[in-house]
Design a protein around this ligand. Structure first.
Ligand SMILES: Nc1ncnc2c1ncn2[C@@H]1O[C@H](COP(=O)(O)OP(=O)(O)O)[C@@H](O)[C@H]1O
Ligand SMILES: [Mg+2]
Length: 445
């Protein structure tokens, strides 16, 4: 993509309404634009990141054995009356009346709808277990939408639902999702700490929140520092082996806590030696729930068991805030000058900066780099604009592409280009050929 043609409406001024770094940076970098309170348009740069995050979530859900589907955003009120949540949900639910005076709502979550679908279509224990998910926009009429996409009213969520014949099966599904969450967030370059959580309006018996460390986060985090060093991606995960899943989870939950309760601090001090105590703040990016028969009983999700008896199915639900993750990643990965995208979610892999557009040698070298990187499968942003170098560097820092290749008249005379990483780990002058080889070999994350 040539930057001169890319739709990238960056802002010079820092927007006054933005209280936290991610919100400021997303507006300044032209990633999103607010349409109304808590509702955003995703501009091309932001949309690219959203899509990459969504794809990692999808791959890890599939890997864990879940199957993708797509339920609508608009749901009939009737299914929520069956579960009893239509009245309980309160003013956060956006209620809609259609032209026939039928009551509808914009879904805040999908337990009811999926249970209704399941109850109508599955009859036998032979069809179990099942894990079904979708990635769809949700609406919650939050009293105080804030922090940009982190607490929006409309937001993109992955929600998965598990159906099992018995409690043991349900726990197995919970563990698969738990481990897939650890892998999902690690692939995005994040440290996400699982914390035992209260179940809230979804109800049920067992729940964990996954909290990404960031000083501006709304959740308190207590954990053993050793948990921060576990590299889950290096573990050989076998979703068919329940014991192995349990072992991975145990390593992460050696120290956990109910985030909002006072007794935690005391427990924490009792169980973790002082030198290993980590206390910080973080952002909730996902939550998993086991809630048994809370929805299957009122909604009649029943199958015939192996002995011919009717069995009410055991369920769990598993959410990831896909749009919130964009903000959470920026909170975790930025400096004073802008965003520092982890490779795996970056909107482009490489940015080429032409310091002197119009100079024949510079233009030729840039075009060669642009073409070769693209044929090596890289997403490339080429800053071919007629702007001062200072403006280009400032914009490159702001939008945070992981690799940068700077091509200018002085370097080109000696056959050199500058190759840099936005995170500061590489800053080299090398030949164009060497730079291209190194970029071609760089993992995409
Ligand atoms: N208002 C919101 N804006 C953006 N993301 C949200 C919002 N509410 C929830 N999410 C995301 O969806 C995930 C699953 O939602 P859930 O746990 O049901 O929400 P909550 O914790 O607000 O009750 C959360 O972990 C969070 O990442
Ligand atoms: Mg939650």
């Amino acid at each position: 993509m040539r930057l001169s043609q890319f739709y990238l409406p960056t802002l010079k001024e820092t927007p006054k309404e933005a209280e936290i770094a991610s919100h400021r940076l997303m507006l300044r970098a032209g990633m999103v634009r607010q349409s109304s309170a808590g509702i955003y348009t995703w501009l091309p740069l932001g949309h690219r990141v959203l899509r990459r995050i969504e794809q990692i979530v999808r791959e890890e859900q599939d890997h864990a054995g879940a199957q993708e589907m797509l339920m609508p955003t608009i749901q009939p009120a009737e299914v929520w009356r069956k579960s009893g949540r239509y009245d309980d949900y309160g003013p956060e639910m956006l209620r809609i009346i259609d032209r026939h005076e039928r009551e509808l709502l914009y879904g805040p979550t999908n337990e009811e709808l999926i249970t209704e679908i399941f109850a109508a279509t599955v009859r036998s224990y032979r069809d179990l277990p099942k894990m079904l998910y979708h990635i769809q926009w949700k609406f919650r009429d939050e009293v105080r939408p804030r922090f940009g996409v982190m607490r929006g009213r409309e937001f993109l969520m992955k929600d998965c639902y598990s159906f099992d014949l018995d409690y043991e099966g349900a726990v197995r599904s919970y563990r698969k999702m738990f481990v897939s969450y650890l892998r999902t967030f690690a692939r995005m370059g994040l440290k996400a700490i699982p914390m035992e959580a209260a179940t809230g309006p979804i109800g049920g018996d067992l729940s964990h929140e996954f909290i990404v460390l960031a000083p501006t986060g709304e959740s308190a985090v207590f954990c053993d520092r050793e948990v921060l060093d576990i590299d889950v991606l290096s573990e050989d995960v076998d979703y068919g082996d329940d014991g192995a899943l349990g072992a991975v989870i145990d390593r992460f939950t050696r120290v956990y806590a109910r985030t909002e309760e006072k007794h935690v601090a005391a427990d924490f001090e009792k169980t973790v030696p002082e030198a290993r105590r980590y206390e910080g703040r973080g952002i909730e990016v996902g939550q998993v729930f086991y809630f048994g028969k809370k929805y299957s009983t009122p909604m009649g999700a029943v199958v015939t068991g192996p002995d011919g008896q009717a069995v009410t199915v055991e369920m769990g639900s598993y959410g990831i805030g896909v749009s919130r993750l964009v903000g959470a990643i920026i909170e975790a990965c930025h400096d004073d000058n802008g965003i520092i995208w982890p490779d795996a979610v970056a909107p482009f892999d490489v940015e080429i900066i032409n310091l002197r557009p119009g100079d024949e040698a510079c233009d030729a070298a840039c075009m060669e780099a642009y073409a070769k990187l693209q044929s090596a499968g890289k997403d490339v942003l080429y800053d071919d604009r007629d702007e001062r170098p200072g403006v280009k560097f400032a914009d490159a820092d702001l939008i945070g592409i992981p690799w940068r290749m700077v091509i200018g008249p002085r370097g080109i005379k000696d056959g050199k280009v500058e190759l840099k990483r936005r995170d500061g780990t590489v800053a080299d002058e090398v030949s164009l050929a060497v730079a291209l080889d190194r970029l071609a070999a760089a993992a995409r994350g």
